[in-house]
Design a protein. Sequence first.
Length: 155
Amino acid sequence: MRLGLKDAAATEAAGAALGKVLPAGDLVIYLHGDLGAGKTTLVRGMIRSLGHPGRVPSPTYTLVEPYELGRLSLKHLDLYRIADPEELAFLGVREMQGTVLIEWPERGAHFLPNPDLECRLTVAAPGRVLEAEGRSEAGRALLAAWDATNREAGL
Ligand SMILES: Nc1ncnc2c1ncn2[C@@H]1O[C@H](COP(=O)(O)OP(=O)(O)OP(=O)(O)O)[C@@H](O)[C@H]1O
Ligand SMILES: [Mg+2]
């Protein structure tokens, strides 16, 4: 899937479209892209569409932000500031259940679970380009459903 996102609202809308079709159960999503590419904005759209009324802060300093969203349990990670990937073993990232969203997965080396879905955001003035690929059966099914909800949202 490849999608142009003209502004931050479009990135949030794409995240909301993904939130709509997110299945309960274990699923790992990697979010690639440079600093400021829009990864947290996409996650914010997802988490808000799942009914979270409060803030969705960047986990840059906390490393992980957990959410309980009705039938879904979700963890949002940002590994940008991780000093040593071994910290991830200590955090038990591989054992995390539910939806696991990981910004800067390349910093986690081999301490991360394999992704079901990989997303990449790229700055493309004006706006951003979002690319996504399924890496498992569950990830490919999710991607097909997401493609449909993006269309419904006019993206
Ligand atoms: N499609 C878009 N067009 C223009 N600006 C956007 C778009 N999507 C997001 N932004 C803006 O880009 C900025 C950075 O977004 P965000 O914090 O989500 O990036 P990030 O990839 O999570 O960065 P970091 O690696 O620092 O965590 C924000 O000001 C956001 O509003
Ligand atoms: Mg971020």
